[in-house]
Design a protein around this ligand. Sequence first.
Ligand code: SF4
Ligand code: SF3
Length: 544
Amino acid sequence: MFCSQCEQTARGQGCEQWGACGKSPEVDALQDLLTHCLRGLGEVALAAHQLGIRSREADVFSCETLFSTLTNVNFDPECFVQYIQRAIALRDDLKAKIQLTGTPVEFTALSSFQPADTLEALVQQGKDIEFEFISSSAKNVDIFSLKLTILYGLKGIAAYAYHAQELGQEDDRVYNFCHEALAALGRQDISLDEWVNMALKLGEINLRVMELLDAGNTSTYGHPVPTSVPLNAKQGKAILISGHDLKHLEELLKQTENTGISIYTHGEMLPAHGYPRLKQQYPHLYGHYGTAWQNQVREFAQFPGPIVMTTNCLMPPHDAYSNRVFTLGPVGWPGLKHLETDDYTSVIQQALELPGFTADGEPRQVLTGFARNAVLSVAGEVIEAVKRGDIRHFFLVGGCDGAKSGRSYYSEFVEKVPQDCVVLTLACGKFRFFDKDLGDIGGIPRLMDVGQCNDAYSAIQIALALANAFNVDVNQLPLSMILSWYEQKAVSILLTLLYLGIQDIRLGPTLPAFISPNVFKLLSEKYNLKPITTPDQDLAACLG
Ligand code: SF4
Ligand code: SF3
């Protein structure tokens, strides 16, 4: 196997024996084979679109299944076998429809690829395809690096597009780009500059996807408002829900109304508490449990109820709690109970059988809900505070968390931020400092949680609105971005920031293994993208 898509990759180069995330070589090969089949489906879907034939099923399927190959989402070989078969069926269905039009269309070998009949043979096909793809790196390591960047960025786009369509927000431009970029990955006739442009185009399309997702979230659940969320347990039955999917959370809340069960969020689900139409409508959306995803083995073992995983990050489950974990949508692990629909009957039944929390915990709280509307509603006060010199600088300290050492940089950085500076944060990296009381500056909190990684659009809008209010370019704002990455959604967000021309981003804890030295040189020359160093050195540079 070879996989280098996340920050945890072995030796900072690539997982070759077994995934550091727990992904087996078998699943890795099946994921590569699925991607190959999606490329064929993409080629046919594009040709069909040109003839006015649209398959929404193929569009959404491509996003859902590409999402399933993102780090820490799906580890179940059987699930990938089904996805592969479905990709081929959708492709052939579209091909038949094209044929019926009588228009001759030429396809590449991708669109006639036939998967094998047995699991073993499928795995071998996946390995062969992977070998061929990796071998192409010898021709031009920089183009290979850009292809990987695009493939991984597409996984991020697919995840966001999947969430957006669940909330009724879609744009054919997004689906077309995904099909186009997937189909292009095998081409040898594209120059380095054209690959660079495609990576930036990916950033542009990702901005559109995040805009759709933001519209889906806010039109369905209202604009988040600053909300205090209990971190302590409440006596009684409990269900824990993790991941990013608000729609699944809403369904769970509906079905647990008047059951006496309290719903606790975990990980990236924390910002759900800020949405008025979730929090106010469902008072049993009680509190938040646990910290970052990499602590789940210890924390899930101690949770006295069932656990629902709606998206990443799922770690290899421990025997101590695996019979209490339910997966949904693109998430999977062999042997875990997978819910095919949003019917939570079995989860509720298990919650009622399990003890729940036997006593109330010591009261502790955290604030969330500082999305764009909440922050911009006090924009006047913020601008005045900056003009008076009360606020010297803003830091956006956001991104993924991860299991590797070196991530204490981010908590140390936030602790060392001077008293006259404000920290905006988003995504799961915040769990290293989310419960710190940093106080306020004239009533403006010094630590504001903008939301999930899915809310990066909100953070971008805050920056653009402030730049507009100060009548300066966003790069001239007293704002520094200190980003942490782990999985592929972060890759798509980084490409969006570069597409927007954001300069001086500091990225860590390590640079992506798939970015070649030349590609990084290009990015650092054009955008001044740089690796993090030490909190003291970076703070001094940002404030200097
Ligand atoms: Fe390795 Fe990350 Fe790929 Fe898992 S997702 S196999 S940890 S590079
Ligand atoms: Fe986190 Fe897995 Fe990236 Fe949504 S939950 S940010 S790592």
